[in-house]
Design a protein around this ligand. Sequence first.
Ligand SMILES: [Zn+2]
Ligand SMILES: [Zn+2]
Length: 276
Amino acid sequence: MTTDRFQIKLWGVRGSLPVSGPAFRKFGGNTMCIEMRCGDHVLLFDAGSGLLPAGAALKDEGQKDLTLFFTHCHYDHIAGLPFFPPLYCDKSRLKVWSGHLDGTMTTMQMIESYMRRPFFPIGPDLCHACIETDEFQPGTVLTPHPGITIRTAMLNHPGNAVGYRVEWGGRVVALITDTEHEPGTLDPAVLGLIAGADLFLYDATFTDEDFAAFKGFGHSTWQQGVRLAQASGAKSVGFIHHAKRRTDGQLTAIERRAKRLFPGAFCGREMQVIDI
Ligand SMILES: [Zn+2]
Ligand SMILES: [Zn+2]
């Protein structure tokens, strides 16, 4: 171990579908992929289209030992995995975890079920990397490497999703990618994950103004992220899972409004690096 750094890199912060074009240049169009660097260990969360640039950078850097945690397996969180460069490198070792499948299938069965014909030309058996998979029940505490503690909890999302709280070197970062809140309440499971966090990343797909039209879609609002930040003692909240049509101009305006309510609030940007 050469350092105790805790560094977060946002490789993809868009929800639902990748987007591109001049309206999305500032905040980016790739779907969910978050890197957490705890000392020399690389933890990846979700395999959206942001996993492609993440994998290319990690391969260039010579990182051989990677751990990937799925929050769940909706397309915006898995579509990048078949294109992850380290999968095809025989020197890579990839450990993949999921906790949302509730015994219906294993993590490997989930991957095999979409990395197959007619959806994709090859299966994981043709990948050269050493791939190991495992499952956990939400609520389990994981210790992927000595000194790294990951607490998990079930979120309120159709088909399930898992929220993560990563503790390393006395610092805390939580990741809440997809969850629907009940207006007027604060989800105790989310509060448990974000309590006192240095940073939590939060599903801000909708706004309080448009939320009522999307009941049951499984997502939250930036205003709920602010309420959670104020109640939890968290130092900062980064909004992620931006709606696919939310433009740079709209996100900049949201960020301005949010900072007036909670100075530690910001809209997550693709390629953003945050030292905790
Ligand atoms: Zn999603
Ligand atoms: Zn989802």
